[in-house]
Design a protein around this ligand. Structure first.
Ligand code: FDA
Length: 394
């Protein structure tokens, strides 16, 4: 049996950040991961360029049963601290829209930075080691993996959520939490495309690939202004992924297809400027043509010229295009989701150290906890912030 001060389960974003910090404090740290490579989710994130943080990250960008929980770690290790770290390592990066920061070259650069930090702080990362069991010992914990048994004073569970099972997602973190009496809140795929009922699939057949900038809102009054994308399977695009975290089965999502203009005012102007133009051709100047054809073919818009529209038809059309409603059939689930909603209840954890209140020496960080960020680099920022905070204490 190998004796260590700190054993970290999971060589992902949160686990590696935590391990390096604990290593710098002089702790003898081992990270175990069942994968062949460290940071496998980092490698595929942001289309291979890793959206590693967001300039505007704040507690407002996170879903958690206790909205105050993330405040402490996000303020102690901010996006600017992580930007400083990557700049010290010479990372080439760029700003995209909405405060999102991406690597210029490859997400591998972020993994390399974390592994360098682990190397400098004397952390050993043991790959191809699946955690089989965890037991409480007189002092600390005993962890059995497929390759070795460890006795540790502090056990940090950074084993991630359930998304992308092909990349080694396992429920081990939730099982350990339950084993030690911690409450685990129900989990659900989030930041995930919607699937559609057959009648909508038939309606939208032929729209695949069309992207429209919209304002999408859910029944809980949250809204996002980004693109929606029609796909072969359903609806995707950043605005849809964002709203999926707030959507619950059976609910509708409301899409403002033309957030920058009032359809009523625009039609009044059209009636003056182009009275003989068909409604279909007029709409095709402000919406994708194939989308307008679909509206026409499904009788959602009148087959007439703009000057033939009655006052009530204009109001109806405005209402329809500004509050277009879709009732998804479901989501694509953990197979394609970016994150897992729910997880280890944060009421069970210290928001300063991430230690379980009832199990000294046991810590939970990262996606395994009930904290889910918006799309846009917020999830990695939480991983860095909680990993850093835990690394000061474990
Ligand atoms: P993470 O899942 O990264 O790491 C957990 C580790 O634990 C894994 O390496 C796993 O192998 C290991 N493990 C699990 N069970 C084990 C066991 N039994 N034994 C041993 N090891 C075990 N976020 C963002 O901010 N910007 C972005 O651009 C993206 N892009 C993105 C794209 C895609 C396709 C996905 C799926 C996700 C994203 N995300 C993202 C989300 C982001 O990847 C996620 O929030 C973090 O990776 C979570 O980090 P963790 O360290 O908590 O878990």
């Amino acid at each position: 049996m190998q004796q260590v001060d700190v054993l970290v389960i999971g060589a992902g974003a949160a686990g590696l950040m935590c391990a390096a910090q604990a290593g710098y404090r002089g702790r003898n740290v081992v990270v175990v991961d069942m994968g062949k490579k460290p940071g496998r989710k980092i490698l595929i994130s942001g289309g291979g360029r890793c959206n590693f943080t967001n300039e505007h990250a704040s507690p407002h960008n996170y879903l958690c049963n206790n909205p105050h929980f993330v405040k402490s770690c996000l303020s102690r290790y901010t996006q600017h601290d992580f930007i400083d770290l990557v700049e010290r390592h010479g990372l080439a990066y760029h700003h995209k829209t909405l405060g999102q920061l991406f690597c210029d070259n490859s997400a591998q650069d972020i993994v390399d930075i974390l592994m360098t930090e682990c190397q400098w702080s004397g952390v050993h990362v043991q790959l191809r080691s699946e955690v089989i069991s965890v037991e409480k010992a007189q002092q600390g914990y005993v962890v059995t993996t497929s390759t070795q048994t460890y006795a540790c004073e502090s056990l940090v569970v950074a084993s991630g959520g359930l998304t992308m099972p092909k990349l080694g997602a396992t429920p081990i973190g939730y099982k350990i939490a339950e084993q030690f009496g911690l409450k685990v809140l129900p989990t659900m795929a989030a930041l995930v495309p919607f699937t559609l009922h057959q009648h909508d699939k038939d309606r939208f057949d032929g729209l695949s690939g069309i992207s429209v900038e919209c304002e999408v809102s859910s029944e809980c009054n949250t809204q996002f202004r980004e693109n929606i994308l029609f796909t072969h399977r359903g609806l995707s695009g950043p605005a849809i992924l964002q709203i999926s975290s707030f959507w619950r089965a059976g609910q509708a999502v409301t899409i403002n297809l033309l957030p920058d203009l009032s359809v009523e005012q625009w039609l009044a102007q059209q009636r003056q400027d182009n009275p003989q133009k068909s409604l279909k051709n007029a709409l095709a100047t402000i919406l994708p043509k194939r989308f307008v054809e679909m509206l026409h073919e499904t009788n959602a818009i009148a087959d007439c010229n703009v000057n033939q529209l009655s006052h009530s038809q204009i109001n109806e059309l405005g209402n329809y295009l500004h509050r277009w409603q879709i009732k998804p059939n479901g989501t694509e689930g953990y197979r394609t989701a970016e994150v897992t909603l729910g997880g280890v209840d944060t009421d069970e954890l210290s928001s300063k150290t991430f230690e379980a209140k009832q199990s000294p020496g046991l810590y939970f960080i990262g996606e395994v906890t009930d904290v889910t960020g918006w799309l846009g680099g917020y999830n990695f920022q939480y991983a860095w912030s909680c990993g850093w905070a835990c690394g000061q204490a474990c």
